[in-house]
Design a protein around this ligand. Sequence first.
Ligand code: KIV
Length: 268
Amino acid sequence: MMKMTLGCLRRKKHPKDGVKPSKISAITAYDSLFAALFDPYIDLILVGDSLNMSFNGRLDTLSASMQEMLYHTKAVCRGVQRAFVVADMPYGSYTNEKQALKNALKFYQHTRADAIKLEGGAERAHIIKTLVGEGVAVVGHIGLLPQSVRGVGGYKITGKTPESAQQVLEDALSVQEAGASLVVLEGVVAHVATEITTQLDIPTIGIGSGAGCDGQILVFSDMLGLFKAFKPKFVRSYLEGATLVEEAVQRYIQDIQTGHFPSEQESY
Ligand code: KIV
């Protein structure tokens, strides 16, 4: 199985002569079990700090810690042979260059992550530049920034006004200029995300940003329909995961109650 590298991801946007560009497929994973299921097929696995909500049942991503992100990244890497693995830098772990470098290096020293991701545009460019200068591959994340949800008072779609569209374009260019290898565009109005994708040399990965990006990412529990409480407009579930699990648990309980489980074949 050939390992996905930054070069492979880049060639999807800029293929060799005569080959058509192809889209990057990406998904989150927080453990080895799901990572191993996705690995043969998916290009990029993100150990997103969304695990704070999807895995840990917290209300937003802000309380995810470095220790937790390292733990989950190690677990994911154990399940991966092929996909490109990106680890999210948690909130508060990259407030200045020195702290960001110290924490980013931990992902390379203690896990097999291929890159780290951090949120923010022009205002974080100096941090990205420092990490890239020390040989760390960085994935930017601009547009709607979940780590800023309390600061800005909610999850806000960007690019709706000409000013906001200009700002997100400038953020994209700053992140690229600082040396990021890829950039996640979250919650960016579709035509603005398409324009950014056209202007950037590095690949864009969209979430809630329309079909014009170079790739797409979804949180795995949304993609598999495991999370029923709330479904944002941009989510498409490819499985009725929660319903299937509920039905399976009910059949299991029924078989226990009726004595149908375990059978003779399932006994020693
Ligand atoms: O944490 C995460 O899962 C993310 C994706 C939503 C891009 O950052």
